[in-house]
Design a binder for this molecule. Sequence first.
Ligand code: PLP
Length: 387
Amino acid sequence: MTTLSGVKKQESGLFDVYPRFDVTPTRAEGVYVFDQDDKRYLDLYGGHGVMSIGHSHPEYVTQVTRQLNKIGFYSNSVLMPIQEEFSDKLTSLSGYTDYQLFFCNSGAEANENGLKLASFHTGKTKVIAFKGSFHGRTAAALNVTDNSRLSAPLNKNNFEVVFLELNDKEALTEALKDKDVSAVIVEGIQGVGGLDAPSDDFLNFVSETCKKHEALLVLDEVQSGYGRTGRFFAHQHANISADIICMAKGMGNGFPIGGLLIAPHINATSGMLGTTFGGNHLACAAGIAVLDTLKNESLIENAAHVSEFLIPELKTIPSIKKIKGRGLMLGVEFDYPVKELRSKLLYDFQIFTGGSANPNLLRILPPLNITIEEITPFVQALKKVLK
Ligand SMILES: Cc1ncc(COP(=O)(O)O)c(C=O)c1O
């Protein structure tokens, strides 16, 4: 097994595809993770942007436990009022009150279904995506991901995709002249790619141009959604609505849940999409606990509030070149690779941070209930390491 510092650890029976932190969490609470010696780590990585309401939140533990004691799972072959409750709460909190909800299990699956649905609806086959994108590792999601290294030979002969520079209106206009484009897929803010984002102006242009050409706008909010940027979805800063919104990560606070919000003009037909596990009782209980907590504890507002403190603090550090992103989805960019800095933060200061395709960028994705007091040690640690 390889660790992030490049050290080979013990041999194991695991298929060795992940570089791992040399830390073994055994419990977690709020914004902290504890190892087997009860050493405390500040989690600014959020288990890859997943922790929305914080680790082992009492409301989450209570609702999931209560549900497990009643019924944990049944498939989508029966009536499930808990799915209706989830849908009511999600559409109300996100402002997409007339949209329909489809459940799945992961971010890739959400995008896979989103792209298929756009193609079913329009009857067209091609897709426009953007340079630097990451949409997941299943066939269609991978095909619109701008990283050919992730594709196996069998992925090569998929549907046609045109990759454009983000924020290039001319290129989009040109590409949408092709009458066979079913969808434009874009991340609210690019995560894995390194926190580049479509501007609010560009998103408005994409939305209008898609309507003109009868292509659907598919917004990948898998990482940037669920309150992380200070609005429910990142694209809502631009005051647009998308046709299909793909969600996962923060949706389950660690429980594997994905989903699509689907515009009312897109009709469902029996068997068009489907899943065995998606929307099961336990997943719904976890997802409802997340939505209740986001609302009751005003965590979306908190994400904006903590960010308004953090960004100016980071700007006082001279070696930081640029701060990207919004809310609590931030990229802190330097003139040099951050590999060593991330190791120092982790092993000397017990602070988890994320990386990205940009080697010079620290990715910050803490639970949305982090306080100013809890995030301040990160600023202090950076000042110490970078002095
Ligand atoms: C924007 C975005 N879309 C899709 C995915 C894929 O999600 P999953 O790993 O749950 O399949 C990710 C994962 O990092 C992501 O950041």
